[in-house]
Design a protein around this ligand. Sequence first.
Ligand code: URA
Length: 222
Amino acid sequence: MGGAPGPAPSGAPAAPAPPQAGARQIAAAAADLASLKAAFEAFDGCPLKETATNFVFADGAPGAKLMFIGEAPGAEEDRRGIPFVGPAGRLLDRMLAAIGLERGEVYITNILPWRPPGNRNPTDSEIAVCLPFIERHIALVGPAAVVAVGGTAAKVLLNSREGIMRLRGRWFGYAVPGSGAPIPLRAILHPAYLLRQPGQKRDAWTDLIAIKKRLAEGKTAS
Ligand code: URA
């Protein structure tokens, strides 16, 4: 009784690998976006898959310089299988237009491709199991800059416990696991939050202008 468990007796079946270990191998094996999409859609390690209607991978231009990453699909995204097409997505389109961009000129995805039931917050374990896929997704898109849309995406990508109000307003370097130089990353307020708190639009505007300026300067190192 008690004490650390000893090694498994020889011949005993090995303990199954945690789903995240499997996810990392699967994601790493994807050589392009089409393979990543197919492999992620077939992945059974995230329980959200069981309750979602659709797998929501990405929208926009795969060769885009800007990659927007939100949290997870909402009801309309789940119905249509496209990220950011509900009320928050329509505001995101207007935010893009404010800096002279259209949805088709950027790349848009989420940390999670399946809607959490009732739009609840995703759990840490749901995020952890899907993390290797968004990391590989960023590496395959290879954007000049990443925009974390909202607090969840910012915290996950920056591996931070700080809230969005502390993470927005400055540039970070996102070190793509297994890839080259860090990619500049900026966090912005989530459009769903701005719909509830329109008084905060000024902060979002400041960040969008900074993003536009950085792209125009062609400064892609962090
Ligand atoms: N909110 C997100 O974070 N992503 C979507 O796709 C829609 C709403």
